[in-house]
Design a protein around this ligand. Structure first.
Ligand code: ATR
Length: 281
Protein backbone atom coordinates (compact mmCIF):
# COMPACT_ATOMS: atom_id res chain seq x y z
CA UNK A 1 0.00 0.00 0.00
CA UNK A 2 1.04 3.61 -0.46
CA UNK A 3 1.92 5.40 2.81
CA UNK A 4 -0.56 7.90 4.26
CA UNK A 5 -0.13 10.54 6.95
CA UNK A 6 -0.70 7.77 9.49
CA UNK A 7 2.35 5.82 8.24
CA UNK A 8 4.82 4.41 10.78
CA UNK A 9 8.25 5.90 10.09
CA UNK A 10 11.77 4.62 10.64
CA UNK A 11 15.14 4.96 8.92
CA UNK A 12 18.88 4.48 8.84
CA UNK A 13 21.46 7.10 9.82
CA UNK A 14 25.13 7.21 8.84
CA UNK A 15 27.79 9.07 6.89
CA UNK A 16 28.11 8.15 4.06
CA UNK A 17 24.63 6.69 3.63
CA UNK A 18 24.08 6.58 -0.16
CA UNK A 19 25.56 3.05 -0.41
CA UNK A 20 23.28 1.62 2.30
CA UNK A 21 21.16 -1.36 1.25
CA UNK A 22 18.86 -0.97 4.27
CA UNK A 23 16.27 1.33 2.61
CA UNK A 24 15.89 -1.11 -0.30
CA UNK A 25 15.61 -4.11 2.03
CA UNK A 26 13.22 -2.50 4.53
CA UNK A 27 11.03 -0.98 1.80
CA UNK A 28 10.70 -4.38 0.11
CA UNK A 29 9.63 -5.92 3.43
CA UNK A 30 7.16 -3.06 4.02
CA UNK A 31 5.64 -3.71 0.59
CA UNK A 32 5.51 -7.49 1.10
CA UNK A 33 3.93 -7.06 4.55
CA UNK A 34 1.35 -4.62 3.13
CA UNK A 35 1.78 -2.18 6.03
CA UNK A 36 1.42 1.59 6.15
CA UNK A 37 5.07 2.49 6.77
CA UNK A 38 8.09 4.36 5.36
CA UNK A 39 11.85 3.75 5.84
CA UNK A 40 14.21 6.62 4.96
CA UNK A 41 18.00 7.18 4.80
CA UNK A 42 19.43 10.08 6.87
CA UNK A 43 22.91 11.55 6.71
CA UNK A 44 24.54 13.16 9.76
CA UNK A 45 28.06 14.21 10.68
CA UNK A 46 29.28 12.89 14.05
CA UNK A 47 28.69 16.39 15.47
CA UNK A 48 25.06 16.40 14.28
CA UNK A 49 24.23 12.78 15.21
CA UNK A 50 22.67 13.40 18.64
CA UNK A 51 20.57 16.46 17.68
CA UNK A 52 19.33 14.82 14.46
CA UNK A 53 18.28 11.63 16.29
CA UNK A 54 16.59 13.66 18.99
CA UNK A 55 14.68 15.77 16.44
CA UNK A 56 13.62 12.74 14.40
CA UNK A 57 12.34 10.92 17.48
CA UNK A 58 10.48 14.03 18.66
CA UNK A 59 8.90 14.16 15.19
CA UNK A 60 7.51 10.66 15.69
CA UNK A 61 10.09 8.32 14.14
CA UNK A 62 9.76 4.83 15.67
CA UNK A 63 13.41 3.97 15.34
CA UNK A 64 16.70 4.15 13.49
CA UNK A 65 19.28 1.73 12.27
CA UNK A 66 22.70 3.17 12.94
CA UNK A 67 25.70 2.66 10.72
CA UNK A 68 29.25 4.02 10.48
CA UNK A 69 30.55 6.22 12.05
CA UNK A 70 27.83 6.48 14.73
CA UNK A 71 27.64 2.98 16.23
CA UNK A 72 29.44 3.89 19.46
CA UNK A 73 27.88 7.35 19.74
CA UNK A 74 24.50 5.60 19.59
CA UNK A 75 25.28 4.07 23.00
CA UNK A 76 26.09 7.50 24.48
CA UNK A 77 22.68 8.98 23.71
CA UNK A 78 20.64 5.98 24.88
CA UNK A 79 18.61 5.84 28.09
CA UNK A 80 18.67 2.05 28.02
CA UNK A 81 21.24 -0.32 26.51
CA UNK A 82 20.72 -4.02 25.80
CA UNK A 83 23.24 -6.57 27.03
CA UNK A 84 24.37 -7.27 23.46
CA UNK A 85 24.97 -3.58 22.66
CA UNK A 86 26.72 -3.07 25.98
CA UNK A 87 29.09 -6.03 25.59
CA UNK A 88 29.76 -5.39 21.90
CA UNK A 89 30.31 -1.70 22.67
CA UNK A 90 28.21 -0.52 19.73
CA UNK A 91 24.54 -0.15 18.76
CA UNK A 92 23.04 -0.54 15.30
CA UNK A 93 19.44 -0.06 16.44
CA UNK A 94 17.85 2.83 18.33
CA UNK A 95 14.16 2.80 19.16
CA UNK A 96 11.99 5.50 20.64
CA UNK A 97 10.00 4.04 23.56
CA UNK A 98 7.78 6.29 25.68
CA UNK A 99 10.10 9.26 25.23
CA UNK A 100 13.22 7.20 25.95
CA UNK A 101 15.91 6.02 23.54
CA UNK A 102 16.69 2.30 23.68
CA UNK A 103 19.90 0.98 22.10
CA UNK A 104 20.37 -2.56 20.83
CA UNK A 105 22.77 -4.47 18.63
CA UNK A 106 21.32 -6.96 16.14
CA UNK A 107 24.60 -7.74 14.31
CA UNK A 108 25.39 -10.68 16.60
CA UNK A 109 21.88 -12.05 16.17
CA UNK A 110 22.17 -11.51 12.39
CA UNK A 111 25.44 -13.42 12.23
CA UNK A 112 24.15 -16.42 14.21
CA UNK A 113 20.86 -16.45 12.32
CA UNK A 114 22.66 -16.47 8.96
CA UNK A 115 24.72 -19.49 10.09
CA UNK A 116 21.55 -21.32 11.13
CA UNK A 117 19.80 -20.44 7.84
CA UNK A 118 22.76 -22.07 6.07
CA UNK A 119 22.30 -25.20 8.22
CA UNK A 120 25.22 -24.55 10.60
CA UNK A 121 24.47 -24.68 14.34
CA UNK A 122 27.18 -22.89 16.34
CA UNK A 123 26.28 -24.42 19.74
CA UNK A 124 29.05 -26.72 20.93
CA UNK A 125 31.33 -25.78 18.01
CA UNK A 126 34.83 -24.40 18.22
CA UNK A 127 35.44 -21.31 16.15
CA UNK A 128 38.38 -19.27 14.86
CA UNK A 129 37.55 -15.58 14.43
CA UNK A 130 39.90 -13.53 12.23
CA UNK A 131 39.96 -9.85 13.16
CA UNK A 132 39.40 -7.79 16.28
CA UNK A 133 37.42 -4.73 15.15
CA UNK A 134 33.72 -3.96 15.47
CA UNK A 135 32.59 -6.88 13.32
CA UNK A 136 34.70 -9.30 15.35
CA UNK A 137 33.19 -8.08 18.63
CA UNK A 138 29.66 -8.73 17.34
CA UNK A 139 30.61 -12.14 15.90
CA UNK A 140 32.44 -13.23 19.08
CA UNK A 141 29.60 -12.10 21.35
CA UNK A 142 27.04 -13.87 19.13
CA UNK A 143 29.01 -17.12 19.03
CA UNK A 144 29.47 -17.34 22.80
CA UNK A 145 25.87 -16.29 23.45
CA UNK A 146 24.75 -19.07 21.07
CA UNK A 147 26.80 -21.65 23.00
CA UNK A 148 29.96 -22.06 20.91
CA UNK A 149 32.35 -24.23 22.94
CA UNK A 150 35.35 -21.97 22.36
CA UNK A 151 36.44 -19.03 20.28
CA UNK A 152 40.04 -18.35 19.24
CA UNK A 153 40.93 -14.91 17.87
CA UNK A 154 43.68 -14.09 15.36
CA UNK A 155 44.47 -10.46 14.65
CA UNK A 156 47.26 -8.29 13.26
CA UNK A 157 47.27 -6.14 16.43
CA UNK A 158 47.45 -8.54 19.33
CA UNK A 159 46.35 -5.89 21.83
CA UNK A 160 42.95 -5.57 20.18
CA UNK A 161 42.47 -9.35 20.19
CA UNK A 162 43.38 -9.45 23.89
CA UNK A 163 40.90 -6.66 24.57
CA UNK A 164 38.05 -8.63 22.98
CA UNK A 165 39.09 -11.72 24.89
CA UNK A 166 39.13 -9.76 28.16
CA UNK A 167 35.69 -8.22 27.50
CA UNK A 168 33.86 -11.15 25.91
CA UNK A 169 35.78 -14.42 25.84
CA UNK A 170 38.23 -14.72 28.75
CA UNK A 171 39.33 -18.29 27.93
CA UNK A 172 39.97 -17.76 24.26
CA UNK A 173 43.26 -18.51 22.57
CA UNK A 174 44.91 -15.51 20.89
CA UNK A 175 46.90 -16.07 17.71
CA UNK A 176 49.29 -13.78 15.91
CA UNK A 177 48.34 -12.85 12.35
CA UNK A 178 51.11 -14.98 10.83
CA UNK A 179 49.79 -17.92 12.83
CA UNK A 180 46.17 -17.50 11.67
CA UNK A 181 45.96 -20.81 9.76
CA UNK A 182 47.37 -22.95 12.58
CA UNK A 183 44.00 -23.97 14.03
CA UNK A 184 42.22 -24.68 10.72
CA UNK A 185 42.58 -28.41 11.30
CA UNK A 186 41.06 -28.20 14.80
CA UNK A 187 38.15 -25.75 14.61
CA UNK A 188 34.68 -26.35 13.14
CA UNK A 189 34.08 -22.83 11.84
CA UNK A 190 36.42 -20.04 10.66
CA UNK A 191 35.07 -16.49 10.31
CA UNK A 192 36.58 -13.58 8.41
CA UNK A 193 35.66 -10.58 10.57
CA UNK A 194 38.45 -8.41 9.17
CA UNK A 195 37.92 -5.87 6.41
CA UNK A 196 40.26 -7.87 4.14
CA UNK A 197 38.59 -8.97 0.92
CA UNK A 198 36.34 -5.91 0.74
CA UNK A 199 36.33 -4.36 -2.70
CA UNK A 200 39.49 -2.24 -2.98
CA UNK A 201 41.26 -4.03 -0.09
CA UNK A 202 43.82 -6.80 -0.35
CA UNK A 203 42.35 -10.34 -0.19
CA UNK A 204 42.50 -12.55 2.89
CA UNK A 205 44.80 -15.49 2.23
CA UNK A 206 44.82 -18.62 4.36
CA UNK A 207 46.78 -21.85 4.26
CA UNK A 208 43.78 -24.07 3.52
CA UNK A 209 45.95 -27.19 3.32
CA UNK A 210 45.60 -27.29 7.12
CA UNK A 211 41.76 -27.35 7.01
CA UNK A 212 39.66 -30.26 8.21
CA UNK A 213 37.15 -31.52 5.66
CA UNK A 214 34.08 -30.41 7.65
CA UNK A 215 35.38 -26.91 8.30
CA UNK A 216 32.84 -24.17 7.48
CA UNK A 217 34.18 -20.81 6.21
CA UNK A 218 32.09 -17.72 6.91
CA UNK A 219 32.73 -14.20 5.62
CA UNK A 220 31.25 -11.02 7.06
CA UNK A 221 32.21 -9.18 3.86
CA UNK A 222 29.54 -9.09 1.10
CA UNK A 223 31.12 -6.74 -1.45
CA UNK A 224 32.11 -8.82 -3.37
CA UNK A 225 29.81 -11.73 -2.53
CA UNK A 226 32.50 -14.27 -3.36
CA UNK A 227 35.68 -13.12 -1.68
CA UNK A 228 39.02 -14.79 -2.22
CA UNK A 229 38.63 -16.27 1.30
CA UNK A 230 35.35 -17.99 0.30
CA UNK A 231 36.50 -18.92 -3.20
CA UNK A 232 39.61 -20.64 -1.83
CA UNK A 233 37.62 -22.46 0.87
CA UNK A 234 35.04 -23.64 -1.68
CA UNK A 235 37.79 -24.76 -4.05
CA UNK A 236 38.85 -27.18 -1.29
CA UNK A 237 35.29 -28.50 -1.09
CA UNK A 238 34.38 -26.63 2.11
CA UNK A 239 31.02 -24.99 2.82
CA UNK A 240 31.34 -21.20 2.43
CA UNK A 241 28.78 -18.71 3.75
CA UNK A 242 28.89 -15.12 2.46
CA UNK A 243 28.18 -11.93 4.42
CA UNK A 244 24.87 -11.05 2.76
CA UNK A 245 22.89 -13.38 5.03
CA UNK A 246 24.17 -11.51 8.09
CA UNK A 247 23.03 -8.20 6.58
CA UNK A 248 19.55 -9.57 5.89
CA UNK A 249 19.16 -11.32 9.23
CA UNK A 250 20.33 -8.31 11.29
CA UNK A 251 17.55 -6.29 9.66
CA UNK A 252 14.72 -8.55 10.79
CA UNK A 253 14.67 -7.66 14.53
CA UNK A 254 14.84 -3.98 13.54
CA UNK A 255 11.84 -4.34 11.24
CA UNK A 256 9.91 -6.02 14.06
CA UNK A 257 10.89 -3.27 16.52
CA UNK A 258 9.91 -0.43 14.14
CA UNK A 259 6.69 -1.74 12.69
CA UNK A 260 5.40 -4.34 15.18
CA UNK A 261 5.31 -7.27 12.75
CA UNK A 262 7.79 -9.82 11.44
CA UNK A 263 9.70 -9.22 8.18
CA UNK A 264 7.91 -11.45 5.66
CA UNK A 265 9.99 -14.55 4.96
CA UNK A 266 8.48 -15.05 1.50
CA UNK A 267 10.02 -11.85 0.10
CA UNK A 268 13.09 -12.74 -1.99
CA UNK A 269 15.29 -10.13 -0.37
CA UNK A 270 18.54 -11.88 -1.20
CA UNK A 271 17.88 -11.74 -4.94
CA UNK A 272 16.93 -8.05 -4.69
CA UNK A 273 20.14 -7.21 -2.80
CA UNK A 274 22.33 -9.25 -5.15
CA UNK A 275 20.87 -7.32 -8.11
CA UNK A 276 21.48 -4.01 -6.32
CA UNK A 277 25.09 -4.98 -5.55
CA UNK A 278 25.65 -6.01 -9.19
CA UNK A 279 24.23 -2.74 -10.50
CA UNK A 280 26.69 -0.81 -8.25
CA UNK A 281 29.71 -2.66 -9.68
P1 ATR B 1 35.10 -3.42 11.44
O1 ATR B 1 34.28 -2.51 12.29
O2 ATR B 1 34.53 -3.68 10.06
O3 ATR B 1 35.49 -4.67 12.13
P2 ATR B 1 37.66 -2.24 12.00
O4 ATR B 1 37.22 -1.99 13.39
O5 ATR B 1 38.40 -1.17 11.28
O6 ATR B 1 36.42 -2.58 11.07
O7 ATR B 1 38.49 -3.60 11.98
C1 ATR B 1 39.16 -4.03 10.83
C2 ATR B 1 39.80 -5.39 11.11
O8 ATR B 1 40.49 -5.80 9.92
C3 ATR B 1 40.83 -5.36 12.21
O9 ATR B 1 40.87 -6.61 12.86
C4 ATR B 1 42.12 -5.11 11.42
O10 ATR B 1 43.30 -5.52 12.10
P3 ATR B 1 44.00 -4.54 13.17
O11 ATR B 1 43.16 -4.63 14.41
O12 ATR B 1 45.37 -5.10 13.35
O13 ATR B 1 43.99 -3.17 12.55
C5 ATR B 1 41.87 -5.98 10.23
N1 ATR B 1 42.72 -5.58 9.11
C6 ATR B 1 42.56 -4.50 8.31
N2 ATR B 1 43.54 -4.45 7.37
C7 ATR B 1 44.34 -5.52 7.59
C8 ATR B 1 45.53 -6.05 6.97
N3 ATR B 1 46.10 -5.44 5.92
N4 ATR B 1 46.06 -7.19 7.48
C9 ATR B 1 45.51 -7.82 8.54
N5 ATR B 1 44.39 -7.37 9.17
C10 ATR B 1 43.82 -6.26 8.70
Amino acid sequence: MRPTGAALTAGVIGQPIAHSLSPLMMSAWIEAAGINAVYTPYIATPHMFAPVVSALFRAGLKGLNVTLPHKTDALMIANRISDAADKIGAANLLTSVDGEIHADNTDAYGFISSLRKAGVEPAGRSVLVLGAGGASRAVTYGLLDAGASDVAIANRSLDKAREIARDLAPNSEILSWDDRSRLLGEVDIVVNATSLGLKGQIPLEMDWSQAGENLVAVDTVYTPLETRFLADARARGLLGIDGLGMLIEQGKPSFQAFFGCAAPEQADIRLLLVQALESHE
